[in-house]
Design a protein around this ligand. Structure first.
Ligand code: ATP
Ligand code: MG
Length: 321
């Protein structure tokens, strides 16, 4: 296992839309084969921008810089748009918040799923059909053969998200990226989809990058978690370590709500007083809202430090060690 390349290996990634403000700033992120990595952070913290950059889905206005950007050992940094597009699928596939956006409304699902298997040229139509049916069944679609002739609008949101997960997995990606995959669903359906993702995690060995506002989703599904604030990863580490002993004041504020609630629906990110500031200066971006900020925090860029647990790191001027 250990000599397999990382499925995602990013060093010093910065992404700007137009002007000088970086939506993603100096991000380092790595994911091992089979690992489930969570990303949490409030709205606008750069989670989707990060996810879309991995798949080459950012708009033309986005300017990307990275010291290293590799997917399963392939240097994506050096590729042009068409080379990147060709890697979408086998290296990384994505499921979105709204499953409707994943499908064309005017084509039958069977055709759309079959089109995803274009790389498998040698596979017969019957074999493709069999593979699609097996995958749909695996993601909990009843009577999958009959569903192939249906159109997306004939499915509920939850069922269509299952189909979207099937579609992503059909391409046998090394990395499945899920950007708030349950936010648009009702509570019961959300629980079912999470159960499905847990099963897939246990059975398939696919690595997952799970973006969520929902602390419970992260706690239940992920091995590691990265906490984003104003474009930066302010803390990262094993899920148990971060939930048990968060080191960064922002993570501490997120987790300050009743611990018992974290696994419940109410475990969505609590509202923290103040607004996300993006000071252009060198100081800590969280300083304006931080309850323990000192003068130094407004002057110096905080270093990334190791915390108590193995693999836990945080970006702060305070040394807890
Ligand atoms: N196409 C775009 N053009 C310009 N700015 C953008 C664009 N997309 C996102 N941004 C800005 O980049 C920053 C990060 O946005 P992003 O959508 O990545 O955040 P997010 O963490 O996914 O938020 P949410 O939780 O609301 O989905 C925000 O300040 C946002 O306004
Ligand atoms: Mg987003």
């Amino acid at each position: 296992m250990s000599d397999q390349p990382l499925v995602l290996d990013i060093e010093d990634l910065t992404i700007r839309y137009g002007g000088v403000i970086s939506a993603v700033d100096n991000v380092n992120l790595s994911i091992r084969p089979g690992e489930v990595m969570g990303v949490i952070g409030e709205s606008g913290s750069g989670k989707s921008t990060l996810a879309h950059s991995i798949l080459g889905l950012l708009p033309k206005s986005a300017h990307i810089e990275a010291a290293r950007f590799r997917l399963s050992g392939r240097d994506v940094n050096a590729m042009d748009d068409s080379e990147r597009a060709a890697l979408r699928g086998p290296l990384a596939a994505m499921i979105f918040q709204n499953p409707m956006t994943a499908f064309s409304p005017i084509h039958r699902l069977g055709q759309q799923l079959s089109d995803l298997l274009w790389r498998d040229g040698q596979m017969s139509r019957a074999e493709k059909r069999e593979r699609i049916i097996t995958m749909l069944r695996r993601t909990g679609i009843a009577d999958p053969a009959a569903k192939l002739d249906a159109y997306p609008f004939q499915f509920s949101g939850g069922m269509l998200q299952r189909v979207a997960i099937s579609a992503a997995l059909l391409m046998q990606p090394a990395l499945l990226i899920a950007d708030e995959p349950t936010t648009a669903l009702d509570v019961t359906t959300e629980a079912q989809i999470l159960h499905l993702m847990r099963e897939l995690r246990d059975q398939s060995g696919v690595a997952i990058l799970m973006i969520s506002h929902h602390l419970g989703v992260i706690a239940e599904l992920c091995d590691r978690v990265a906490v984003m604030y104003a474009g930066q990863i302010v803390e990262e580490g094993p899920v148990e370590a971060i939930f048990a002993a968060p080191a960064h004041p922002y993570t501490q504020a997120l987790l300050a709500c009743e611990p018992a609630l974290i696994r419940e629906r109410q475990g969505r990110l609590p509202v923290i007083a103040g607004e996300v500031a993006r000071p252009g200066g060198p100081g800590c971006r969280f300083a304006p809202r931080c309850s323990v900020a000192e003068e130094l925090c407004r002057q110096a860029s905080p270093p990334v430090r190791p915390a108590a647990a193995e693999g836990q790191r945080y970006r702060c001027v305070r040394d807890l060690a």
